[in-house]
Design a protein around this ligand. Structure first.
Ligand code: GCB
Length: 608
């Protein structure tokens, strides 16, 4: 398949501006699916030649199709100059980041055009078809048979477009321009301590649905109760005012309702003697939702999470969060984690440490993580990539962050394991920053008032007393947890300082230490004062844990971090070599000494 390059006006149909918006399809793995995963042809396009003409005008905006890689069909006129060809281009695996698949793309930040061909038997009357992307980092322009479906921003949340009337029985061409260039106004922005993996990093699926279908649903305990299930179902399609049924076969419970004009159906179902979800008993109940020709199944846990003074209460009982932070990377394979097997490996590591909690840092991880956490009995903190500096006064940046948060909540709101929505990490205190984050808190509470809201805040040191650590970030007024990252003994002094510090914490809330730790090169042994030795890192843990125990309201922690991970900011040759080595487990999967220190602490905690 070829395409015309050069900027010639054309009389062919338009690629044009976006023709459709995104559609929410929650619980996607329970749908009627055709996977488009596999080897896709790719064109690496550092100058965005397929996107801009030679005057640097986007072909999309000019509504011209000459040039541009969006189209993938034979030019009618064989005399046209064609300077690209998907068929003879190399391939990359989808899902997968490009950096870890091809050495030449290891540091690449730019555009890669992906193309897959697929057949699509007619949907039949009264059916609809969508193309669904689990995630694409960071910007994705999606075209089907030359028509633009839309542009999606944000590298870690799902999106779907309707393609019902756009597919042919044979030889459809789905083209995606994925661009991972960092932008000051982006979420995240240009500066992060993790690798900017680009590509179609999660599943790409065709989803077939009836004309009116169940777009999303929410099943949870009615707030303030443990004996009433609240169900909400959102329909999408032309016949919204129809009967909806929600049933829990193993509980012998069901409710029938009718959706309103907006497609929203709601019910409360009395449910006495419910077995509640907890890490010790991660009981999941089958749930079936049906509406007209559509039918979706899931397994959901039911539980309550709340705070009372300085305590975190799970199902009304005080709980200590024995956690660890995790990046969405598979250190052994290198690159982004995306599969259920990857999730099992990462959460298995947390289990082995004795964790009942994980912080999924610093962006939404793939859906398998929370699903598996539901099954394995691991509570989760989920986060959006509002990280370090962000353009706090930029309305588009705020809209972007809000959308990422809303899309994450829409995807994971039925996961009992998710206890915390985190709206930010280590953002510098200022009025515009606090206003920005407060908007996100309001958004999260409006969408889901049943989970704890937090953010990883920063600690400051008393200018008069270097041993006095102060937590008084004004944003702490708005969160349910008083969570902060603290690196005494690594970025601040030597480990012995840890024993001497004291705390002034403004908030009468549960105190959660969202990060602490230090770096160690696995296998490098020295005395406990030698930086980057396993002994140094173990000493940081040995001293930090008892110090934290003395903080009133200390309710849990997620030390930084389970596994070493690649970071372009970690450049020390022979030691870091492009890796952040604060992991308790190395890139070879080997445990460092600190692993056992934390594990022992958690074992004692679990037995208290
Ligand atoms: C932090 C950041 C985290 C970094 C870590 C470090 O405070 O939240 O993203 O990777 O410190 O290793 O310095």
């Amino acid at each position: 398949m070829k395409k015309v390059l050069l900027c010639l006006l054309s009389s062919l149909a338009l690629a044009g501006a976006p023709v459709r918006g995104e559609t929410v399809i929650a619980d996607v793995f329970a749908r009627q699916l055709t996977s488009l995963n596999g080897q896709w042809h790719v064109i690496v396009d550092p100058y965005d030649t397929g996107y801009f003409d030679y005057r640097h005008h986007p072909y999309d905006e000019a509504a011209r199709i000459s040039g541009g890689f969006a189209l993938d069909h034979q030019p009618a006129d064989k005399t046209e100059l064609v300077e690209y060809n998907f068929d003879t281009s190399p391939t990359l695996k989808v899902p997968g980041d490009w950096n870890s698949q091809d050495d030449k793309l290891f540091y690449y930040e730019g555009s890669v055009w992906y193309r897959v061909k697929f057949d699509a038997p007619p949907t039949g009357p009264g059916r609809r078809r969508f193309v669904y992307f689990g995630a694409a980092n960071y910007e994705a322009d999606v075209y089907l048979n030359g028509k633009k479906l839309g542009r999606h921003l944000g590298g870690f949340t799902p999106f779907a477009y309707e393609i019902t009337s756009l597919t042919s029985p044979k030889g459809n061409s789905l083209v995606v321009r994925v661009n991972n260039v960092r932008h000051a106004e982006g979420v995240p922005t240009v500066n992060t301590d993790w690798w900017n993996y680009g590509g179609l990093t999660r599943d790409v699926l065709l989803v077939d649905e009836p004309a009116t279908f169940i777009a999303n649903f929410l099943v949870r305990l009615k707030p303030g109760t443990t004996n009433t299930i609240e169900a909400r179902v959102q329909l999408d399609g032309p016949d919204r005012e129809q009967a909806v049924k929600v049933s829990f076969p193993s509980l012998h419970l069901a409710a029938e309702m009718t959706a309103d004009r907006d497609g929203l159906a709601q019910a409360e179902i009395p449910a006495p003697n419910l077995a509640l979800w907890s890490p010790e008993h991660p009981v999941l109940h089958d749930v079936e939702i049906s509406a007209g020709a559509d039918d979706v199944k899931d397994r959901v846990g039911l539980r309550t999470i709340a705070t009372s003074g300085r305590d975190i209460l799970l199902n009304g009982r005080k709980v200590f969060l024995r956690g660890v932070a995790i990046h969405e990377v598979n250190p052994l394979r290198g690159g982004r984690a995306w599969s259920e097997a990857d999730a099992r490996q990462l959460l298995g590591g947390a289990k082995e440490l004795g964790c009942n909690f994980v912080r999924l840092a610093h962006y939404p991880h793939n859906e398998h993580m929370a699903r598996l956490a539901d099954e394995m009995g691991i509570m989760c903190w989920e986060e959006v990539p509002v990280y370090w500096t962000i353009e706090w006064t930029n309305a588009d940046t705020l809209a972007n962050a809000k959308k990422q948060l809303a899309d994450l909540i829409a995807r994971d709101q039925n996961r009992a394991s998710v206890m915390v929505w985190s709206v930010a990490n280590e953002t510098p205190v200022s009025e515009p920053r606090t206003k920005f984050l407060k908007t996100l808190v309001d958004e999260a509470r409006a969408l889901d008032g049943t989970r704890l809201i937090s953010a990883a805040m920063e600690v400051r040191t008393d200018p008069q007393d270097p041993l006095r650590k102060i937590v008084d970030d004004p944003f702490g007024e708005y969160t349910d947890l008083c969570s902060f990252n603290e690196y005494t003994g690594w970025y601040d002094g030597l480990p012995e300082k840890i024993d001497r510090i004291h705390w002034s914490i403004k908030y009468d809330k549960p105190v959660f230490i969202s990060e602490f730790g230090g770096s160690a090169k696995q296998g490098f042994h020295a005395d406990a004062l030698t930086r980057f030795s396993e002994e140094f890192q173990a000493d940081v843990y040995r001293r930090t844990l008892p110090m934290l125990e003395k903080i009133p309201g200390f309710s849990g922690c997620t030390p930084w971090i389970l596994c070493d991970f690649r970071s372009p900011k970690r450049l020390l040759p022979g030691v870091q070599d492009g890796w952040n080595i604060k992991g308790l487990v190395s890139r070879e999967g080997k445990k460092k000494l600190a692993f056992a220190v934390l594990k022992n602490f958690y074992t004692e905690k679990a037995n208290q």
